[in-house]
Design a protein around this ligand. Structure first.
Ligand SMILES: [Zn+2]
Ligand SMILES: [Zn+2]
Length: 279
């Protein structure tokens, strides 16, 4: 085992209730976390981001909502035609609840809390509270760099705080502004679902989770880059979410140490790179 430097690339291809997909990889291996927008869009956006030839060795599915797994069937066949059938990892609960029209080839079941190897990448899933059968969030470990995607959860948990704290780069849900949600056009039942313990994180809840992750204590935070994700187009505003995030970073005394980006629904975010040196 030698000691080399390798560039890790993270590209949020799409984020929001209209479709979610994030690429994490290096020159030799990579994964997609979720595939909730059309395969053509995934491929076009990766190409626009300069990642047309980036390796895709697996797809990590978080849960069965169509904005996370809607393209799984088509994507699995498209990757196979490219010459490379890949495994789609998901929990048994997610598998059971999948819409039969989107079932991919190459399903591999994982237990929430377990880690799978994708070439030299390690992909780890952990449970989150969301209104689906067995939802998880994923972290990908590439050498010394850990990348996490933490969206679609109704509340913070101690486990989620610990997992976020261990990420160098994280996508974190800032779904809605509570006032915009309550005064907005959604029907009452949907407002209650989004607000509920198994719905989505409000800006305020995301701030609380982030503040806990940044709090000093045993195993202090590794966070260097944050991407705000799964913003509601109806019930949030980018500037409100960004201001909320920055206020939390300022209060924690790390405003200048952590780069903040905004995940987008309609375009890929410019790839974020990090260097890993431990192999
Ligand atoms: Zn979602
Ligand atoms: Zn969901």
């Amino acid at each position: 085992v030698g000691l080399f430097a390798r560039d890790v690339t993270v590209c949020v291809v799409s984020s929001g209730s209209g479709g979610n997909c994030t690429y994490v990889g290096d020159a030799h291996a990579g994964v997609l976390i979720d595939c909730g927008l059309a395969t053509k869009q995934v491929m076009a956006r990766l190409a626009e981001a300069g990642l047309a030839d980036a390796p895709i060795d697996g797809v990590l599915v978080t849960h069965e909502h169509s904005d996370h797994v809607g393209a799984a069937g088509v994507l699995s066949r498209a990757l196979a035609r490219r010459g490379k059938p890949v495994p789609f990892w998901m929990t048994a609960g997610t598998h059971e609840a999948l819409d039969p029209r989107v079932v991919p080839d190459g399903i591999e079941l994982v237990k929430a809390g377990s880690t799978v190897a994708v070439k030299h990448l390690k992909a780890e899933c952990f449970p989150v509270p969301h209104d689906t059968k067995d939802p998880v969030a994923w972290r990908v470990h590439l050498g010394s760099v850990t990348v996490g995607v933490v969206t679609d959860l109704g509340r913070s948990t101690k486990l989620v705080v610990d997992k976020l704290r261990g990420c160098d780069i994280a996508v974190l849900e800032f779904n809605h502004d509570e006032e915009l949600l309550m005064s907005g056009p959604y029907p009452y039942w949907l407002k209650q679902r989004i607000k509920g313990n198994h719905g989505h994180l409000s800006n305020g809840q995301a701030q609380g989770l982030l503040a806990d992750a940044l709090a000093s204590g045993p195993g202090s935070s590794r966070l260097k880059t944050l991407i705000l994700g799964h913003l509601s187009e109806e019930n949030n505003r980018p500037e409100i979410a960004l201001a909320a995030c920055r206020a939390t970073l300022r209060a924690a005394g790390v405003r200048d140490e952590i780069a903040v980006h905004l995940g987008l629904q309609h375009a890929a975010v410019a790839p974020i790179r990090a260097r890993t040196e431990l192999w």
